[in-house]
Ligand binder design. Structure first.
Ligand SMILES: Cc1cc2nc3c(=O)[nH]c(=O)nc-3n(C[C@H](O)[C@H](O)[C@H](O)COP(=O)(O)OP(=O)(O)OC[C@H]3O[C@@H](n4cnc5c(N)ncnc54)[C@H](O)[C@@H]3O)c2cc1C
Length: 525
């Protein structure tokens, strides 16, 4: 048992763990943060996958980081720098008739004036809806019963936000929230590429197809980034690890003690609550508060142990949906591939292969049954075009999120991995015919690799599905939605907590606020 006394131990140094630790230390708490990997950052890190070639290992687009987190923790002073910002999304067509989605509208040779004009209206309405979700995400979810004054104010401001939408938009929000992105797209647009690219934003990182319920809420979840000031995705200089390094520097400056390569094997609890943690090797560290940045299933099933919770809680943990569906492809290139119809400045934007909603739905269907489709969906970045620290001079790196790669692949990823890598490359080749000639090294991280290497349970990038049954008062599950878990002293601060995944920092910031306001012995769930 270590003698050092801490007010709080944070288990996991993902970006949310770092944010939570930093806010707690700023408020005067003595904080120890323990990370299992050799570096902090979790799914927000940079990885050298071939000699001299680096990429953002998992998260590649910075598009949701909350501006308060950035300014409160003075991240630019601690080294955060963007290599590119406000990027367009270009939906690729094999014949070069691409569609571009930019902050100021959509364009493309095959796009009708009607679609362009409707997109402007659609975009304005989605911004209003996303703003409402953003306001709810910036604080703990209000309790529906036995509300105190903080909850009452939160409920009032939510009701006011709904009212400010106006009758027509309010009706529309309630209506589309219950249908799916496929039907919403069909109501608004004709162009298949536009509908495909927008549906991708509704399904990326989830186990959803365009026709799935919950795809609209997932779309709005992503669109919160606009409310936080992102007019398009951004790239962090040095890869996403640049953000985590800045967060670690900020946390250390606030007084957080950070230890890496230490695996927490258990969160120790007695009848009256948690007492600390135990590390692999047996070292025990005492603290009245343990904050878990691990996903909810890992937190309860592995670290705490289901014997320490009531049967109802154990059942909810068991039923929590958390199976990833995305792989990550990394390519080292000895030159720029020629994408049909794109010049160099366009190559530096966000490129997507989502040729139509029906193709996407078919790809999702295969994933539902543990297979992958011959037509995966891709979200592509060539970050070395704006950041020369990532590849040797004249060379480049290409990274792509490859969607509909089921965690539980029937054939097993050991046999499926090479074939899926080649499939992803062949899919890219349809748009960049000379791609293969430029490849000098490649790597694919399957959902199983993401689980093994980054400790993302189920390989899921949100630490659990984004859906109305697992959001807001139900994230991660009812009775545990306000960071304090149903075991006194145990808190959750990662993507499995409200408001969910993405590099946003809000789960960490909100959890810290709850802990600071926490009165020992009082359950706040
Ligand atoms: C392939 C992929 C692509 C993505 N793309 C994007 C994107 O482009 N943009 C975006 O905004 N988001 C993206 N995301 C989502 C985003 O990366 C995550 O939602 C976010 O990083 C989660 O942060 P977190 O801090 O909550 O958890 P994590 O990053 O998962 O951190 C949890 C940490 O806890 C540690 N840990 C777990 N168990 C233990 C233990 N027992 N002891 C000690 N440490 C432990 C882990 O090692 C890890 O470091 C992507 C995710 C993936 C997987």
């Amino acid at each position: 048992m270590t003698d050092a006394h801490y007010d709080a131990v944070v288990v996991g140094g993902g970006h949310n763990g770092l944010v939570c630790g930093a806010y707690l230390a700023k408020a005067g708490r003595k904080v120890l943060l323990l990370e299992r990997r050799a570096e902090v950052g979790g799914a927000a890190v940079t990885r050298e996958f071939a000699d001299g070639f680096s990429v953002s290992a998992c998260a590649q687009w910075l598009q949701q980081l909350h501006p308060d987190v950035e300014s409160d923790l003075k991240l630019s002073r601690h080294g955060l720098e963007l290599a590119a910002r406000d990027l367009d999304t270009i939906a690729l067509a094999q014949d070069g008739a691409h569609v571009t989605i930019a902050a100021n509208g959509v364009s493309g040779a095959a796009l009708s004036d009607r679609d362009a004009e409707r997109y402007a209206r659609f975009s304005r309405q989605m911004f209003k809806f996303a703003r409402l979700l953003a306001r709810v995400s910036e604080r703990r979810v209000p309790q529906l019963t036995e509300a105190g004054w903080r909850d009452r104010i939160a409920m009032l401001s939510l009701a006011l936000g709904m009212k400010r939408l106006g009758r027509a938009d309010m009706r529309d929000l309630l209506r589309i929230g219950l249908i799916n992105i496929y039907d919403v797209m069909e109501e608004h647009f004709d162009n298949d590429l536009l509908k495909g690219a927008l549906s991708l934003d509704a399904t990326l990182g989830t186990h959803l197809g365009p026709r799935s319920p919950n795809s609209v809420i997932s779309f709005l979840h992503r669109r919160m980034g606009e409310v936080f000031g992102y007019r398009g995705p951004a790239l962090v200089r040095g890869g996403m690890g640049g953000l985590s390094q800045a967060l670690a520097a900020a946390a250390s400056a606030c007084g957080v003690e950070i230890r890496t390569e230490v695996q927490v094997t258990s969160i120790d609890a007695a009848a009256d609550g948690v007492s600390g943690i135990t590390l692999a090797g047996g070292e025990r560290i005492r603290a009245p508060i343990v904050v878990s940045n691990a996903d909810p299933k890992t937190t309860f099933e592995i670290l705490l142990g289901l014997a320490n919770v009531e049967a109802g809680v154990a059942r909810r943990v068991h039923n929590y949906r958390m199976q990833g569906n995305v792989a990550k492809l990394h390519l080292a290139l000895d030159g720029l591939p020629d994408f049909v119809g794109l010049d160099e400045s366009q190559l530096g934007q966000r490129l997507v292969v989502a040729p139509g909603m029906d193709a996407m739905e078919l790809a999702f269907n295969a994933a539902k049954y543990g297979e992958y489709s011959p037509n995966p969906v891709l979200d592509i970045s060539i970050p070395s075009l704006s950041d020369d620290s990532l590849a040797p001079a004249g060379s480049h790196v290409l990274t792509a999120l490859v969607q509909y790669a089921p965690y539980s692949l029937k054939a097993g990823w050991e046999t499926g991995k090479e074939a899926f890598t080649q499939l992803a490359i062949e899919t890219l080749k349809r748009y960049a015919p000379n791609l293969r000639e430029t490849i000098i090294a490649s790597e694919l991280l399957t959902p199983v690799d993401l689980e093994r290497e980054f400790h993302l349970g189920g390989g899921h990038w949100h630490h659990g599905e984004i859906g109305l049954d697992q959001l807001l008062v139900a994230r991660p599950f009812p009775g545990a939605s306000r960071y304090a878990m149903p075991v006194p002293g145990l808190f959750l601060c990662g993507a499995g907590a409200h408001p969910g995944g993405g590099v946003m920092g809000l789960a960490g910031r909100n959890a810290a606020r709850e802990i600071i306001a926490h009165k020992p012995g009082k359950s706040r769930t």
